[in-house]
Design a protein around this ligand. Structure first.
Ligand SMILES: [Zn+2]
Length: 150
């Protein structure tokens, strides 16, 4: 059988697949699954629509993009040089929304696991760090703590 796709098309398809697989939340969900955790995606009845919902642990998992969610002190949370007003307003809204969601979750007695995108990037590159982070997650889920941010 002949492959009728041009090399350009093929590499385009490949990069599409790759970028989908390396989306931080997809990547993290896979690691959690391998670790034995079972979750639901797209739960609409949990405030903030978490990236994963661990019902057994009453925990909502959020993978936060550092740029959009303004990770404090993080190099990815830069402010673009143009249209500063536009960006500032947008960022403020996102931060306010996150705060609101946190309060709603707290009121509902739901625990939060927040994983920053830059942490995911580091975990992808560094297996020792990945194991260390997974151990922190294990510890948190089995504890009485209400929030873990890594
Ligand atoms: Zn960050």
């Amino acid at each position: 059988m002949t492959d009728i796709k041009s090399p350009e098309e093929r590499s385009r398809n490949m990069s599409k697949i790759r970028s989908k697989d390396t989306k931080p939340e997809v990547w993290l969900r896979k690691r959690l699954f391998e670790r034995g955790y079972r979750y639901r995606k797209n739960v609409s009845n949990v405030p903030g629509h978490p990236d994963a919902w661990l019902a057994k642990y009453n925990t909502a998992v959020f993978v936060h993009g550092c740029f959009w969610h303004r990770h404090e002190g993080c190099k990815y949370a830069y402010t673009p040089k143009s249209r500063i007003e536009f960006w500032t307003e947008k960022f403020q809204k996102n931060v306010e929304r996150d705060r609101r969601v946190s309060i709603e979750l707290e009121k509902a007695g739901i625990r939060r696991l927040i994983v920053w995108e830059c942490t995911v990037k580091k975990m992808i590159k560094d297996e020792a760090l990945l194991n260390q982070m997974l151990e922190s997650i294990d510890h948190f889920l089995r504890s009485e703590e209400t929030m873990l941010e890594i």
